[in-house]
Design a protein around this ligand. Sequence first.
Ligand code: 3PG
Length: 213
Amino acid sequence: MKPAEQSAAARKICALAPIVPVIVVKDLAHAVPLAQALVKGGLPALEVTLRTPCALDAIRAMADVEGGVVGAGTLITPADVKAAKAAGAKFGVSPGATDTLVKACEDEGLPLLPGAVTASEVMALLEKGYDMLKFFPAATSGGAAAIKAIGGPLPQVTFCPTGGISLSNANDYLSLKNVACAGGSWVAPDQLVQAGDWVGIEALAREAAALPR
Ligand code: 3PG
């Protein structure tokens, strides 16, 4: 998969809803009902972080949830990419980008949302052909003001900011013309997941899905 195709695929995924839930699955039994609640609430694109022992099994289980588009987050190494693809991930997300990670995603045909926050990081990815990028950690990297400023000299790049975003500040990001969607864990909070409060999570998803952009 060529870089331009990778970014085109990532753009399509980012267009599905204003918010991509960032999910940490600690108990495999939670995977399917959690995905169902988020999709039912209007958030089809789901990022499952590879930070827990059952994350790959969770992706495998969630991949069959109707209407969902499940991706793998926290991709760091080529081995992560291979494992995510084998588990059925439809896209990958990384907090940053390295040559080996980017190449592994191209070789595996896994659309990648690579991370960048500085002009040089963005330019390095642009040079490779990537123009749909994650901006992480968003809040501590200058927030919406930084993304707006980067859009001055680099208007051809679109971002999905993640990190420190919630219902109350999402609009600061979503109202920017170089932001396609935002990522956040607030729609799948650990407390509600552990309690199995799928109705509560669906309500959070519905609120997030209604955010204007
Ligand atoms: C992450 O990778 O952990 C995401 O950026 C989620 O950040 P948040 O918990 O601040 O939404």
